[in-house]
Design a protein around this ligand. Structure first.
Ligand code: PRT
Ligand code: ZN
Length: 212
């Protein structure tokens, strides 16, 4: 196939900047509200609008050839895809949050404690590397309320300004990983598709150079 399919978050913190980058690359398309697919008018690119959690898997399966997703999601899902380029937006941290009155010194204090998170794999690996035995409570949203309702002693969640932690009586105690939006690709692009990807990367680099 002489086109590339790119998976972009349908709506959320990555969507707007992902589409902005595409537009800055000079690629034109119209995406009607609620549409799940679109085709570019002046570049061999098709768009699939998906939930961010589904993007690494769709790229691995070849349903999409490329995707834009947070590094945190990419690492958590452990799919067989290539990180092609860091994109510099949607920057955040995956951090441990604890009660603001906890005189937290280092990760060892989590030994024997319970931690609520939507990132069980990244957290589990981090705890293992540090030889910490803690119980992981996987929850899919509103992680920050877990300590105040007695569900867990600490949280491991995405932080950007820190205001969500603060408003739940928590503080950022340890940074586990730093993340930003990344472009990923599948491992089975045709030679023609690799060529299109290189043209796209060339344009993305020009956009980035223009901003520095
Ligand atoms: O519906 P879908 O599954 O597609 O979206 P989603 O709700 O899972 O993800 P979304 O849109 O919230 O985030 C998409 C990606 O943006 C994440 O995977 C991160 O890579 C990145 N990102 C950047 C963030 C944040 N900043 C962020 N602040 N993702 C989430 N948050 C949340 C965080 O979970 C916490 O609840 O915002 C809150 C903390 O923000 P502060 O500013 O109060 O610290
Ligand atoms: Zn999601």
């Amino acid at each position: 196939m002489n086109t590339l399919k790119i998976a972009i978050q349908k709506s959320g913190r990555l969507s707007e900047d992902s589409l902005k980058l595409i537009k800055e690359c000079g690629i034109k398309f119209s995406n009607g509200k609620g549409k799940l697919k679109a085709v570019a008018d002046n570049f061999p690119l098709e768009f699939l609008f998906l939930r961010d959690d589904d993007i690494p898997g769709y790229v691995e399966d070849g349903v999409a050839d490329l995707g834009i997703v947070g590094e945190n999601v990419l690492v958590e899902y452990e799919k067989n895809v290539k990180l092609v380029k860091k994109l510099g937006f949607s920057k955040c941290r995956l951090s441990i949050g604890v009660d603001r009155n906890w005189d937290y010194k280092n990760i060892k204090e989590l030994d024997g404690k319970s931690i609520a998170t939507s990132y069980p794999k990244i957290l589990g690996n981090y705890l293992k590397q540090n030889n910490i035995n803690a119980e992981i409570h996987e929850i899919s949203g509103s992680v920050e309320i877990a300590p105040s309702i007695g569900l867990a002693d600490a949280v491991c969640d995405i932080v950007s300004s820190g205001s969500t932690l603060l408003s739940n009586g928590l503080k950022e105690a340890d940074v586990i990983m730093r993340s930003e939006a990344v472009l990923v690709s599948g491992n089975n692009l045709s030679a023609e598709q690799e060529k299109i990807l290189n043209q796209l990367l060339f344009r993305m680099e020009a956009v980035q150079a223009g901003k520095n």
